[in-house]
Structure formats: structure tokens, C-alpha cells
Design a protein around this ligand. Structure first.
Ligand SMILES: [Zn+2]
Length: 239
């Protein structure tokens, strides 16, 4: 059987598996049919995002907002393709906006040897095709999407990394603040701008209210996800 193009998370909210469950985007649809897409996966993922849009019965013209949780090539890689198909620019946090416009990843954690090495071999340069930023998000903003999408700034993985809370459906999109790949875990240290900050700022995810926790890397949690995330955070507090 062909792999599902979309996984329903709540009414009018879907996960888009872009590389099995390992890399995900999301779609949210308003009552009036407008669609918001969140994260576009790798460079090869753009057509999959568009196929997912068709699978939920919407088309490129229905897309009114494109959102990125942060400026990494496994999230922004497919962005240029989706921008061309929909004619839309992107909504990103202020602190990652310049990187999205340049197509460059924010710096890696230079307190780690691997981070310093990666920084040296991959920068400066282009990590993904640049796209236009048409709206900059800030912590606490509520985007007018499907009843309201709250921006929760969780910097560390990148300076402008955000998690997103869809309050109406009680769905949290963690972004890369926490992975759910073979269990809850932190993102790869060397790919963070500041790994310790990633650990500190993720604590806000234990304070929010939600019934589904969705991840950009890994399948969603539907069984008391906040308790699971709180347990993870309490076991793995930064010392
Ligand atoms: Zn990622």
C-alpha cells in the first residue's frame, strides 16, 4: 500500500510525512477553505507537499500562508518549490528571517567540536534555495490561521526557532525543540546554534495545554502527550 500522503491529527489539521515519519510538514485549513502549510522538508520534498495538499482536497490557490519553524535545509529545502506553486511568501520568526532570505543555516554550536567543524566545512554558502519572507513572527503572536496559531519562541536549535500551538484543536507542533524518533529526544547537538539554550527553552512546552503533540521529526503523541513531554523534560533537565 502506498504510504499515506497525510496523517489527520485533528479536524482540519494534518501531518505531512515527507521522509516517512522522520521529516514532517503540516497543513491547517480554515473553515473558509484557506490553507496554511508549515515546514516544507528537504529540497526533494516540495512536490510531496503539493501532493499532500491535493490529498486533503485543496489546491495551490487555497494556500494563503506558508510558515517555517526555522531556517534549516530539512525544513526550508522544499520552500522555493512550494512558493512557486502557490505564489506565496513565508512567515518566519524575526531571528531566522535573514537566513531564510539568504538560504543559509544559522551558525552551529561552536562550543562543540563537531559544531565547529560543520561550521567550517559548510559555511559560508547556501544550504537551501532562498525564499521571500512576507511576515515575521515574534513570541506570543497569534497568527490568524484556522482559529489561531500561537507562536511559542523556542530558540536554541536556531535563534528564531518556533513551536506552534493550535489552540482550537489543542495540537502542539514542537518543531525541532524535541524529536520523537525512537522515543523523545533532543535534536542533534551539533546542528543546534546553542544546544544548552535548546534544552532551557523547551521547558515551556511542558507548560502549554494540548491533546496532541506533533513533531517535525517523528510521529505524533496522542496519549497524554503533555505528561510524556514533562517526564522527558524532568529527566533531561540541563544541569
Ligand atoms: Zn529539522
Amino acid at each position: 500500500m502506498a504510504q499515506d500522503l497525510v496523517v489527520p491529527l485533528a479536524p482540519n489539521v494534518w501531518r505531512i510525512p515527507l521522509v516517512r515519519d522522520l521529516v514532517n510538514g503540516f497543513a491547517l485549513r480554515d473553515d473558509d477553505g484557506q490553507v496554511t502549510l508549515v515546514d516544507m522538508g528537504l529540497a526533494s520534498s516540495g512536490p510531496k507537499v503539493m501532493a499532500a495538499l491535493a490529498a486533503i482536497g485543496s489546491g495551490p490557490r487555497d494556500v494563503t500562508r506558508l510558515v517555517l519553524t526555522h531556517a534549516h535545509p530539512d525544513h526550508a529545502g522544499g520552500a522555493a518549490h512550494v512558493a512557486r506553486e502557490t505564489g506565496r511568501g513565508f512567515t518566519v520568526h524575526h531571528d531566522d528571517a535573514a537566513h531564510v532570505v539568504e538560504g543559509s543555516s544559522p551558525p552551529r554550536d561552536r562550543s562543540l567540536l563537531l559544531g565547529r567543524l560543520l561550521d567550517r566545512v559548510t559555511r559560508p554558502g547556501r544550504d537551501f534555495e532562498p525564499v521571500t519572507v512576507e511576515h515575521e513572527m515574534r513570541d506570543g503572536d497569534v497568527l490568524p490561521i484556522a482559529g489561531g496559531l500561537r507562536v511559542v519562541h523556542t530558540p536554541g536549535h536556531s535563534p528564531g526557532h518556533v513551536s506552534l500551538l493550535h489552540e482550537e484543536s489543542r495540537t502542539l507542533i514542537t518543531g525541532d525543540a524535541i524529536f520523537n524518533v525512537l522515543g523523545l529526544r533532543w535534536p542533534v547537538k551539533a546542528f543546534c546554534t546553542d544546544f544548552r539554550m535548546t534544552q532551557r527553552t523547551a521547558h515551556v512546552l511542558g507548560e502549554l495545554d494540548y491533546d496532541v503533540a506533533a513533531f517535525t521529526h517523528g510521529a505524533e503523541l496522542r496519549d497524554r502527550p503533555r505528561e510524556a513531554i514533562r517526564r522527558f523534560l524532568s529527566r533531561r533537565s540541563p544541569s
